[in-house]
Every structure is written in structure tokens, then in C-alpha cells.
Ligand binder design. Structure first.
Ligand SMILES: [Mg+2]
Length: 292
């Protein structure tokens, strides 16, 4: 009986994006729920969140999810999956975002037809909103905070919380191929059998909340880019600090159009990752040919 030929598995690249501030200039709530309940300035809401979190010793993501529901209830505004999804059409993106995903996927195919590029979103924002966006279909998976909805379909309680440190859990989920929350990621898994090696992960984020992810990925051989809003001196300063501290490989202005800095740097890193995959594939084949 012939032995089954082992197959090289590490040909998947994960391109992981933070959402708010990375793909969009403002947090998604400022385009969607907040204006509907009469909050014109997002800053007022976020200040209230920070104040409540400080007073109660609460966690900021849980606090924003609770406060948004409370304020919606006061205005008799129903927060349902259908409402959240339909509000997603109001979101504005940085230039070139919509075309970026298919263009970059096509680019990877020109480098190596056997390599698969997956786009992931990893956000503290709301999954229902992101899944209602025009770009949702570009993502292999969306990891984000979620509400529990009651029998009337109204949000009543947070069901999934994604904050800056919890975000790292999802990096390990991608790495180990355990992408559903009910799957344990704590059991030991040797690197050789993890479907997406850290070296095949590239993370794009915009600030301090992305640091845990950037650090975990970079320390394990992966890559990170920090983006900043045009003409935002605070954002640029943050990016410079991340670059200086070695938390990111590169920084760039958040403009996703062809031939702009993000496009060039992402392609540069993807070239590197694809070469790494080719090396690993050759090494795998050599082991099977000469050493087995
Ligand atoms: Mg962000």
C-alpha cells in the first residue's frame, strides 16, 4: 500500500486589519448609531465613555457598548442587527480602500499561484456594522465585538468583547486555525502543524490599541504597518514612536490607492512573505525527497 504523500500546508498569508482609524478616518459608531441618537460630536460620546470607565473602574469597550445602548434606549432607537447593518452604508473610508483588497489578492497570485491571501478584520467595533459594509465580502473572517439580542431582536448585553489585549487571542486563532470562539487555543500545537505561521501574518493598525497585536506578531517573525490620518500630527507622532520602538516594520499615510505608500509597503512585505513560503516549501520537499 502506498504511503500518502505529505502536503505542504503553510501557503496561506493572513493580512489582518484593524478597522477604526485604519480603514476609516473616524470610529464606525460616529458614522452609524451616534448621529441617529442625536450625538453630533463623537468626541462627546468617547469622553463620556472614558469618564464612566474611570469612575466605575470599568473596561472601556464594555462601557461604550453599554452606554451606546443606554443612550439609544433614551431616544427609543432600536439597536437591532438589521439597523446596524443598514447604517454601515454611511461609513466613509480612506481613499482606495474598496479597491485595495481585490488588487492585493490579485498581486499575490502573480507572485505565486499556490499562495492564498486572506483578509481579516480585527476590531473593537461592532461585527454587525462591519458585516453590513460594502467591503465585508472581501474579508475571509471578521472578528469584532458583538451584542446579545433578545427575543425582539434588540441588543441587550455584550456577547463578545474585543479590546486591545483580547485582540491577540484572535491572532493565535488565525495562527492555529481555531477561528471559532468555542475552539480552545490553549492546547499545545507545534509550529509545524499550525496552518498560518506568524511569518505569514501582516497586521495593519493605526495606534496604541494595536500594540499588543503588533508586538505578538513581530516577536514571532511576522510583520506590522502603522498608518496615520493625513494632516493628523498626533497620529503621525504615534506612528513615529511605534517605528522607533520597533513595534512596526513601516509607517505610512492611510491612503490605499495604487502606487501610494501603503500599496508599495504591503507589496514589499508580501514579496518577502511569499519568498519565505517558497523557501519553506522547497525545504519541505527536500526533507520528503532525501530524508524520509
Ligand atoms: Mg484603530
Amino acid at each position: 500500500m502506498s504511503r500518502k504523500q505529505p502536503r505542504f500546508m503553510h501557503n496561506v498569508i493572513a493580512l489582518v486589519y484593524d478597522f477604526d482609524g485604519t480603514l476609516t478616518p473616524q470610529p464606525m459608531q460616529e458614522y452609524t448609531v451616534l448621529p441617529q441618537i442625536g450625538i453630533k460630536k463623537g468626541k462627546d460620546f468617547w469622553n463620556a465613555v472614558a469618564e464612566e470607565a474611570l469612575q466605575t473602574g470599568g473596561e472601556e469597550i464594555v462601557t461604550y457598548m453599554r452606554l451606546m445602548l443606554e443612550k439609544s434606549k433614551q431616544k427609543h432607537y432600536p439597536v437591532t442587527p438589521t439597523v446596524l447593518k443598514s447604517l454601515a452604508r454611511n461609513i466613509q473610508y480612506y481613499p482606495g480602500v474598496a479597491e485595495f483588497f481585490p488588487r492585493i489578492s490579485a498581486y499575490v497570485k502573480t507572485l505565486d499561484v499556490d499562495v492564498e491571501l486572506r483578509h481579516y478584520v480585527l476590531s473593537a467595533g461592532l461585527k454587525e456594522i462591519i458585516s453590513g459594509t460594502s467591503i465585508a465580502e472581501c474579508f475571509y473572517r471578521i472578528f469584532a465585538s458583538e451584542y446579545y439580542y433578545n427575543e425582539y431582536g434588540e441588543a441587550v448585553f455584550p456577547k463578545v468583547i474585543v479590546n486591545d489585549t483580547l485582540k491577540t487571542q484572535f491572532i493565535f486563532r488565525i495562527n492555529k486555525g481555531k477561528e471559532s470562539l468555542h475552539e480552545s487555543i490553549n492546547l499545545h500545537m507545534p509550529p509545524a502543524v499550525r496552518p498560518v505561521p506568524f511569518q505569514n501574518i501582516l497586521y495593519i493598525g493605526d495606534g496604541l490599541t494595536d500594540v499588543p497585536c503588533m508586538t505578538v506578531i513581530r516577536k514571532n517573525g511576522g510583520y506590522a504597518i502603522a498608518v496615520y490620518k493625513p494632516a493628523d500630527t498626533k497620529g503621525l507622532k504615534m506612528c513615529k514612536e511605534l517605528l522607533k520602538a520597533g513595534r512596526v516594520d513601516f509607517v505610512a499615510q492611510a491612503d490605499y490607492r495604487s502606487n501610494k505608500e501603503v500599496d508599495r509597503l504591503v507589496k514589499l512585505l508580501l514579496n518577502n512573505i511569499v519568498e519565505g513560503i517558497r523557501y519553506a516549501r522547497e525545504s519541505f520537499d527536500q526533507s520528503n525527497k532525501y530524508l524520509s
